[in-house]
Design a protein. Structure first.
Length: 139
């Protein structure tokens, strides 16, 4: 009887743990959306992410969190259909572009598919990854 109770308890704890892990994976994107992030993208080697709010503010995190840049968008180029975009950040401290293309992208490590391919371009380095639109732009 004790073995059955222990076994059921262990299985229950494992199921709760697995549910919590899955919830955390989904929560990153949902949390960003709840915080007003309109577009979010991620990439690997090293791990990075970019978040864009209202086409006005960009947050770029690189090296698994060792580097964080928050900057206003200085200029924005829109493609003919409005889905491709290039965000320009150019000031006395930093210069880079975030290029978003409506082109599917598959993450090389996780195999996850994204509807947008994203390239972050610095003067001496670039990063490629995938992203999603979290909040539709207002017309």
């Amino acid at each position: 009887m004790k073995k059955s109770v222990v076994l059921v308890t262990v299985i229950f704890v494992l199921l709760i743990s697995l549910t919590a892990v899955n919830a955390q994976e989904v929560d990153v994107w949902e949390k960003a959306k709840e915080e007003g992030v309109h577009f979010r993208a991620v990439g690997n080697e090293p791990g990075w992410l970019v978040e864009i709010r209202d086409d006005h503010k960009i947050k770029f995190i690189n090296d698994y969190g060792d580097l964080e840049i928050k900057a206003p968008v200085d200029d924005l180029w829109l493609g003919p259909a409005g889905e491709d975009k290039i965000y320009y950040v150019e000031n006395d401290v930093i210069q880079f572009q975030v290029i978003i293309m409506k082109k599917s992208y598959q993450d090389s490590m996780s195999g996850e598919n994204f509807p947008y391919q994203v390239r972050i371009v610095f003067p001496n380095k670039s990063y490629v990854g995938g992203g999603r639109l979290l909040i539709e732009p207002e017309n």
